[in-house]
Design a protein around this ligand. Structure first.
Ligand code: HEM
Length: 481
């Protein structure tokens, strides 16, 4: 268990007594090694088992393996990685002195730049590239400016979303979350990040979220599992790149929407951050579509799913009591300040991010030779080697988290809970870190957790209890006071 003596002993200390160990594992025979690992990863084992079986086999949380995509039609992609699967080894990927992050957002594979206006957007840039600082600061500025309208916009859009859910339930006893939620997310982020309501363009209002869905799915297909029957998924989804022209028309509609409607924010990008109009448009779309909409489309269903149904009555009661005690049932009382007072609601959000980090894999390339330590050994990493962290396992590191497999509502409360935030890594950095131009931590690290806390608080202002089952909302009990 972590020491409470200094703030991050597990990340910073490298006792001289730790043994130096050769990194175990191998990349196997050319072609066969990568393809066998790929089949294990997507088909025979799935990522959780893929990584945990190898931890067991090598008796090490650091080892060599291959990750997809690979052969046959990914000639230029090197699948060899060094997996880093405990809190301490994973944290080396945040140290920009020793790692670089150019083009490794989803591994050695990088979707064609055709998907992003023939340019590398912020998430693909290393901190040594001046453009990274310009765009990162632009994204931080957008968030800062929109913080004034963030809460009323959120509440307004939540009113619409839950109104739709209630009407779906009254018609068919169940409201499917994803379609309504994605419309909500698209509208909300269009308003807060672009400063425009999608209704400015009827076509975008109607299908903007679906255009983003297909743009995301097509570019990320080789790296994610979509649950298609095997071996069909391996043959048709993971074996080659899909060409950009399949989504070109949709992407152009989105860029036109940003160009025509988001004039103010585009202007600021050019005058205050010295970006060209094209850089601003494609980065805005990436931040809105990939980072914000993509991130929340994965996170929000899990968050609501964790509220559960009547079996979770006790958890819901605790959350409801805290919300009602701090802000009652009046929506006007919701604010960033008021949710910061809700220790339990925030802990619920953090625990969801710990057990289900929405972006499971993180990568970083060694900038130079360096020594990497896990809890029990030191390994030599050579310049150019690619580190791969799989967060769902890292966030269940038994040396850091008590009963790591268990969802513990109170885990991040009180002094000990605050200390644990040093080891919560969903944002590609600790929850106690500060995103800046000199690191690669999510620009919205703070606002993501506050927004999620606000959504939970909104729910328990509006309802006494809710019933989320299998991706649907099946019943709600309206607030009685
Ligand atoms: C639940 C929602 C979100 C999740 C899970 C998430 C997660 C992440 C992660 C893991 C990274 C680092 C990727 C890597 O380099 O490995 C990242 C980067 C980034 N995120 Fe988020 N994010 C979310 C929402 C947002 C939102 C709302 C914004 C809006 C501004 C945003 C802006 C960014 C930007 C600009 C970067 C690139 C940082 C850089 O290159 O230095 N994210 N995000």
């Amino acid at each position: 268990m972590i020491s409470m003596m200094s703030s991050t002993p597990l990340l910073t200390s490298t006792p001289a007594s730790l043994p130096v160990r050769t990194i175990p594992g191998s990349y196997g025979l050319p072609l066969l090694g990568p393809i066998s690992d790929r089949l294990d990863y997507f088909w025979f084992q799935k990522p959780d088992t893929f990584f945990s079986k190898r931890i067991e086999k090598y008796k090490s949380t650091v080892f060599r393996t291959n990750v997809p995509p690979c052969f046959p039609f990914f000639g230029g992609v090197n699948p060899n990685v060094v997996a880093v699967l405990d809190v301490k080894s994973f944290a080396h990927m945040f140290d920009m002195e020793i790692v670089e992050k150019a083009n490794v957002l989803v591994g050695d594979f990088m979707p064609s730049v055709a998907y992003t206006g023939d340019m590398r957007t912020c998430a693909y840039l290393d901190t040594s590239e001046p453009k990274h600082a310009q765009i990162k600061n632009f994204s931080l500025d957008i968030l800062k400016r929109s913080s004034k309208t963030w809460v009323p916009t959120l509440v307004n859009e939540l009113d619409t979303m839950f109104g739709t859910f209630e009407s779906d339930i009254s018609k068919s006893n169940s409201a499917s979350l994803l379609p309504t939620m994605q419309k909500f997310l698209f509208n909300f982020f269009s308003l807060t990040l672009l400063g425009v309501h999608p209704s400015a363009s009827p076509e975008i209002a109607d299908s903007g979220f679906a255009l983003i869905d297909t743009w995301l799915a097509i570019q990320l297909a080789p790296t994610v599992s979509i649950g298609l029957f095997q071996p069909l998924e391996e043959i048709f989804v993971h074996s080659f790149n899909y060409p950009f022209f399949l989504v070109k028309g949709g992407y152009e509609k989105l860029t036109q929407f940003v160009k025509n409607e988001a004039k103010e924010v585009l202007n600021r990008a050019q005058t205050e951050f010295q970006l060209t109009e094209q850089e601003a448009i494609h980065n805005l779309l990436f931040i809105l579509g990939f980072n914000a909409f993509g991130g929340f489309s994965i996170f929000l269903p899990t968050l609501l799913g964790n509220l559960g149904d009547e079996k979770n009555a006790e958890l819901q009661e605790k959350l409801r009591n805290e919300v009602r005690e701090k802000v009652g049932v009046k929506k006007e009382n919701l604010s960033f300040e008021s949710v910061k007072e809700m220790e339990l609601v925030q802990s619920f959000v953090y625990e969801t991010l710990r057990l289900s980090p929405p972006v499971p894999n993180q990568y970083a390339r060694a900038r130079k030779d360096f020594k990497l330590s896990s809890h029990d050994s030191v390994y030599e990493i050579k310049k150019g080697e690619l580190l791969c962290g799989y967060q769902p396992l890292v966030m269940r590191d038994p040396k850091v988290f008590d009963e790591p497999e268990k969802f513990m509502l109170e885990r991040f409360t009180k002094e000990k809970g605050k200390e644990l935030l040093n080891y919560l890594f969903w944002s590609n950095g600790p929850q106690t870190g500060r995103p800046s131009e000199s690191n690669k931590q999510c620009a919205a690290k703070e606002i993501v957790t506050l927004t999620a806390s606000m959504i939970v608080a909104y729910i328990f202002q509006r309802y006494d209890s809710v019933n989320f089952t299998g991706g649907s909302l099946t019943s709600v009990k309206k607030a009685s006071c």
